[in-house]
Write a protein that binds this ligand. Sequence first.
Ligand code: ZN
Ligand code: ZN
Length: 628
Amino acid sequence: MEFKEITRIIEETAPEGKITKVDVEGPKVILYTKDIGFFVDNSNEVRSLATSLKKRIIVRSTSDSLMDPLEAKKIIVDIIPKEANIEDVEFDPCFSEVRIEAEKLGLVIGKRGTTLDEITKKTGWTPKLLRKSPIQSETVRSIRKMLFENGEERAKLLKNVGRKIYRKPDSECDWIRITPLGGAQQVGRSSILLQTPESNVLLDCGINVAAQDAERFPDFRAAKLAISELDAVVISHAHLDHCGFVPYLYKYGYDGPIYCTEPTRDLMALLVLDAVEIGAKSQNELPFGSKEVRDMIKHTIPLEYEEVADITPDIHLTLYTSGHILGSSVCHFHIGEGLHNMVYTGDFKFGDTRLLEAAVYEFPRVETLIIESTYGGRYDVQPNRRDAETLLIDTIKKTVENNGKVLIPVFSVGRSQEVMMVLENAYRFNELNVPVYLDGMIWEATAIHTSYPEYLKSHIKHRVFNGYNPFLVDAFKKVEHKERRGIIESPDPCVILATSGMMTGGPSVEYFKSLAENEKNTIAFVGYQSEGSLGRRIQNGLSEMPIEDNGKTKNLKIRMNIQTIDGFSGHADRRQLLGYCKKISPKPKRSIVVHGEASKATNLSATLYDMFGFESSAPRNLDSIRLI
Ligand SMILES: [Zn+2]
Ligand SMILES: [Zn+2]
């Protein structure tokens, strides 16, 4: 739909004289009014406009009808009950918004939103609520601050994006194709180019942390597409193999939006910045810096689950929960006004976990399914969760009885918090009583989790809302770099959760070097170890390795227990992948299998044809597939 058409419909249907201006910000339509109270009292007017336009509509006061911030602040503080514990009230004239940060948002909202409505009616400002997390996240804080301070730039940017989305299309959508630029027949550097005659959209843009040189990044040169010609980038989730290369786009001419959930934006900022820093310290420098990471954050347009957004003239995007990590999404694309519907699973879990709900499998329409295959091999059946949890707790108990230490290498985002919830449960039932040290970025990632409890599984969410935060159990101890030696040298048993998850660097490798030669200790792998990573080599029985020790090379003998505990993965295993394809509704005609080693991807693809009759393939990188 063109911007002109949107304006025309609004002028024809909106109540006479109430709208002074229509504009767009990204996919959202903004209506300016001098009488916001009217729209608060007649919310059905906005709803019916949104239905007829099929767009998200925001009604906003014109700048001359906003109350002076000082006066408005007094009224707001007066209206909101004290028990809400307001942390901060800030006014953003670029968006006619007042940001209210508080501990108990329910009290700020009031019964059916009455408190919010009262604020808007009395002051003209539209409240935007921010949850004060019980664990302060430096990432969340600095992102919020940066976006606030750059309000004007961001307003301009959103307006430009909006005008491009609602432009007059040059051509009709008579073909659709996808091309994997990375992450096909492999795990790492996921990136898929979705093209129509009108649009170029990138789904994910990751790096392969375990690879070298050109193999680390998606293949843009071969794509024969100028980066500046991209219309939009959609990020399924914050793991580096899906988002680690996004800042590069801003270095080489991209000036458009990133679509993802709000927690994905924050986790992505944390992980990508860390990768930049680690790269700068090693020989493996990334071809961009922190400036481009800031550009990425500024250009991110967060979407909520199940919010339909126009992202180009012929593509609508909707994100659904995927059960993999906080904020991770299954992405649904509605292309060419009903011509074709495509679901990209990203990484997903279709089973029970402690942290998140399972992936959504019901969609309005779906013809093509792009599905991951990390555990797509014929024998990739994971034990059930209960058995995995029992094995983990038993492994810890046994090592602790032996006075040993348990090292669990984990991704800072996802497995860490999942394992923390399992340990919290064991503590609650007095099954464990040793300290659990969290090293690397785990604490910060956990703080981001507690900032977005609404994205967590409902029972954790309710516990958090009722004042019991399972991430704040006494046993969990954040480790500063200088405390590491003390933990290693202490004779007392403990559990250490440390990054990186595949031991490609970071504290997990440091702990390993110090703990490996003592047979009382245990290393427990709870996540996927990719080909070529140190984690995979240890798992496969590596018995010794050369290490640097005080400037000399020494041969490290690996004597500690090596335990692989399957069943904690955030990925669907073979059974769950097939279960998902059985349940997905409506039934797709075609499946495209990506994000798995070659043998697993091709095997799953063949099985999907045999079992469900999908026209199926497991393309290599750069194999284009025409969907229409
Ligand atoms: Zn992932
Ligand atoms: Zn992945």
